[in-house]
Design a binder for this molecule. Structure first.
Ligand code: GLN
Length: 471
């Protein structure tokens, strides 16, 4: 099992069946249990595969017929758990499908299971999950990245054809880079978030993991489009990128890069810089124009992201009080604050840290030092991109400054952990689409990811160029 594209071809040629594929995958999931990628698998998956086989036999397979999709556990799937990997929601089961899950099912996609993640999508290593860390399948001593680590591992370890994640500051692209898959975050507003647990609503987007651009584009087309239940979705028809995938002539491409000063501030590993420079040189050899783009100093990106996301999270997660939603304490309380006790027990350390920080940034913003300032810097980041995309078609940069790190390596120093998202947060601040593609390995055999970003709603262009680079 590799890509959905190939699998579909094999079903059409009667070389395999959906039922066969599902049995293989379920056995593989069992075999790879120690990776801790799945929190739950779908009990009806074999029946659904039989239905898909009937469709293939009858000659009317739908667009995603038999595609096995792993779903991050902050996206609602009817009848399955929806925990956000938190003790706060560990008993919660969803009674509805998220809007995008409905679309996947309507097109014949099969939800193989719910994947582990950092608690409430806060983390870069998957170590903050209430259900234990996820391991990197390339080398199990290393983290898979986060927060969508389970979804990245599901694809990298071939436990699903594709997977869904959410990306607020890099939670799809960073684990994709660390596990060696394609990871894609679309333009803000392109996919409905109705039925998706919010972290920081002005940045959250659903996106995909897969082995190639074909599957990325196919899945994106199906799940994109306006949804009246999510008023932040753009008033656009679903995307139609898959049938427009085509070869790109590098001579017509203008690629933007950050200046060396920024790259050295970011202390990229030598292996990553070597790969990065090699790709740039290849592009130049093939006639692409490479231009250095003036950009806001990188030291502002992560702090701005942290202020905005913690503030928004403090509002979004206020509903989990153990009365309206979520875990409530079994302790007999005597004059103690019931809600504080529920939240203290229900949320893990990282979530508590962020909620405290977010509340602090808001209440101490009287002289506009934090939240207001962060909003202003966000606008500067957006403006930098608007200017950049007047000159170039894409920004090209590493996805991460280092490859996968070992468990516990960054636990003691949260700032180091937050800096794992150095190259990814700016796309979320600006709302633009971005993709991480596998680009080789470092000297320890750990995957390296490179990132492409482009202007809002230009996903088709992004896929075509990414496909050409992946060749
Ligand atoms: N790793 C980042 C964080 O911890 C990004 C999270 C995300 O994109 N959901 O905030």
């Amino acid at each position: 099992m590799k890509t959905y594209n190939l699998f579909r071809e094999q079903v059409l040629e009667n070389k395999t069946t959906c039922e066969q594929e599902v049995s293989n995958v379920l056995a593989r999931i069992e075999d790879k249990k120690d990776l801790n990628a799945f929190l739950e698998t779908n009990k009806n998956v074999l029946e659904q595969a039989v239905e898909s086989d009937k469709r293939f036999k009858a000659g009317n397979p739908r667009r995603l017929e038999g595609m096995l999709v792993a779903v991050k556990d902050n996206i609602a799937v009817k009848g399955m758990k929806l925990t956000a990997a938190s003790h706060m929601l560990d008993n919660f089961q969803s009674i509805t499908d998220a809007a995008l899950i409905e679309k996947i099912k309507q097109e014949g996609g099969i939800i193989i299971g719910k994947t582990n993640m950092d608690e409430f999508a806060m983390g870069s290593s998957n170590e903050t999950s209430y259900f234990g860390a996820v391991k990197n399948p390339i080398n199990t001593d290393y983290v898979p990245g986060g927060s969508s680590g389970g979804s990245a591992v599901a694809v990298a370890a071939e436990l699903a054809h594709t997977a869904l994640g959410t990306d607020t500051g890099g939670s799809i692209r960073q684990p994709a880079a660390l596990c060696g898959t394609v990871g894609f975050k679309p333009t803000y507003g392109r996919i409905s978030r109705s039925g998706v647990i919010a972290f920081a609503s002005s940045l959250d987007q659903v996106g995909t993991f897969s082995h190639n651009i074909e599957d990325t584009s196919l899945l994106f087309d199906v799940i994109s489009g306006r949804d009246d239940a999510d008023q932040t979705t753009a008033d656009l028809e679903p995307a139609d990128t898959y049938k427009n995938l085509k070869d790109v002539n590098f001579e017509n491409v203008r690629v933007g890069v950050l200046d060396d000063k920024i790259l050295s501030q970011c202390s990229c590993s030598t292996d990553i810089l070597n790969v990065y420079n090699k790709i740039l040189n290849d592009l130049k050899d093939k006639g692409a124009v490479v231009e250095t783009i003036k950009f806001l100093d990188s030291e502002y990106w992560v702090p701005t992201y942290i202020v905005l996301t913690t503030v928004e999270a403090s509002a979004n997660l206020a509903r989990y009080d153990g009365i309206r939603y979520g875990h409530h304490t079994d302790k007999v309380i005597d004059g103690e604050d019931y809600v504080a006790l529920n939240r203290g027990e229900g949320f893990g350390a990282e979530v508590q840290r962020r909620l405290l920080a977010g509340t602090y940034f808001l209440v101490s913003d009287a002289d506009n030092k934090y939240y207001t300032k962060a909003q202003q810097i966000r606008q500067i980041v957006k403006d930098c991109y608007i200017e950049a995309f007047k000159k170039v078609d894409f920004m090209f940069l590493p996805t991460t400054a280092s490859t996968a790190f070992k468990f516990n390596e960054k636990q003691e120093d949260q700032v180091k952990m937050y800096l794992s998202d150095l190259f990814t947060t700016s796309a979320n601040l600006a709302g633009i689409p971005a993709i991480s593609i596998p680009a080789g390995c470092d000297s320890n055999g750990l995957p390296i990811g490179m990132q492409l970003q482009t202007g809002s709603f230009q996903e088709e262009k992004l896929f075509n160029f990414a496909k050409a680079l992946l060749k």
